[in-house]
Write a protein that binds this ligand. Structure first.
Ligand code: TYC
Length: 126
């Protein structure tokens, strides 16, 4: 899993003997003419976490999952659960890779422990 790496490029004063040449004052001291430090950041990719419908997982269990792992109110959770029930698939939330991965694992683990066939997947949010 390769996540974006942020670089901070410092404007280093080069020494008197340094290749490329620094700026050297009359008294031999180095000084730095730069006024800005360039900071380059990259926005992380985002991933959709989706719940899939099945015929056996109780509706109340799905609502509980959405409240517990996706910080949904009971009303939001019920709406999302009914959407999944009717359409076959529905969006729980959008997260960075490792957060999405963790939520999928938490859902699958709890479902398995309760012997429900509930499926949860993640996909890149382009
Ligand atoms: N279809 C299930 C039922 O009728 C309810 C359900 C909803 C199951 C959403 C999974 O992701 C799901 N009991």
């Amino acid at each position: 899993m390769s996540q974006g790496v942020s670089f901070i490029q410092m404007n280093q004063p080069a020494g008197p003997g340094a290749p490329g040449g620094g700026n050297t004052g009359d008294d031999g001291t180095d000084f730095d003419l730069s006024t800005q430090t360039r900071v380059r950041t990259k926005k992380p990719s985002l991933y959709r976490v989706l719940l899939l419908n099945d015929d056996y997982t109780p509706m109340e269990f799905v609502v509980h999952i959405l409240e517990r792992f996706f910080n949904r109110s009971r009303e939001q959770a019920t709406r999302i659960m009914l959407h999944v029930h009717q359409k076959g698939v529905g969006l729980c939330g959008v997260y960075t890779f490792e957060v999405a991965e963790t939520k999928v694992a938490q859902v699958l683990d709890l479902a398995k422990r309760h012997e429900h066939p509930l499926q949860c997947v993640m996909e890149k949010d382009d």
